[in-house]
Design a protein around this ligand. Structure first.
Ligand code: GRF
Length: 233
């Protein structure tokens, strides 16, 4: 059954764009019921509208406190009929009530190899630290920031001359692959959380040899685990 999903955004929406394109191409069995932004000028809203998706602004500053904003956000997501939530560059922490309402049904993407470099400066912190491998993580959301069980990670090289922007761009290219892949797995009911671990059930029908070969070629440049499946690399 097609999974109804709400996407929460605050900014550019390039991950939203990638997810929309994979849904439209039939590679994710999901439909976006609402795109909600806490910022009125988020480019993500234009992207949503261009694809005929319901886009809504809930400016957090219009609410008396965090609880009131979170209650309105939860109501908007529920009213849309969503059964899962995707955080795509959404720059607010969710209230425990929100997380409890969608337990193990909220995905986030973080531009670092968690648990390294949590927080809002993941790429800059990694570049400044001098790591030689950086990356991105898709994880389930729990009450702590950038903490929940990990669904998929992708590693990319970090180069000596990288600054935050150049490293972020290299990471973002992989974000656009692993986030749709993670959502496809969630929509297909293939993810099961066991404590801190996420188990990925095999695809119905299994993969073929050509696909495995292509994945190996991809792995030579970038390490992604669990491996991307056909249509996502
Ligand atoms: C991405 O780097 C994501 O990892 C982080 O915020 C950024 C959002 O980019 N959480 P976009 O709005 O999807 O282009």
């Amino acid at each position: 059954m097609t999974l109804p999903v709400a996407v929460l955004v605050s900014g550019t929406g390039s991950n939203l764009q990638s997810i929309i394109e994979h849904i439209e191409a039939g590679r994710i069995d999901a439909r976006i019921t609402a795109v909600v932004s806490n910022k009125a000028d988020a480019l993500a809203l234009d992207r949503a509208r261009k694809h005929g998706l319901p886009a809504r602004v809930l400016p957090h500053g219009d609410f008396p406190d965090r609880a009131a904003f979170d209650a309105a956000l939860l109501a908007a997501v529920r009213e849309s009929g969503a059964r899962a939530v995707v955080l795509a560059g959404f720059m607010r922490l969710l209230a425990p009530e929100f997380i409890a309402a969608f337990r193990e049904r909220i995905l986030n993407i973080h531009p670092a190899l968690l648990p390294s470099f949590p927080g809002i400066r993941g790429q800059a912190d990694a570049a400044a630290y001098g790591v030689t491998i950086a990356g991105a993580t898709v994880h389930f959301v729990d009450e702590k920031m950038d903490n929940g069980p990990i669904v998929i990670q992708a590693a990319v090289p970090a180069l000596p001359d990288d600054d935050a922007a150049s490293l972020a761009a290299r990471i973002l290219a992989m974000e656009h692959r692993i986030y749709p892949q993670a959502l496809a797995w969630l929509a297909a009911g293939r993810l099961r959380v066991e404590g801190r671990k996420v188990r990925l059930a095999p695809a119905r029908g299994g993969g073929d040899a050509a696909e495995a070969g292509a994945r190996a070629a991809e792995g030579a440049a970038y390490l992604v685990n669990p491996p991307l499946e056909a249509g996502f690399f």
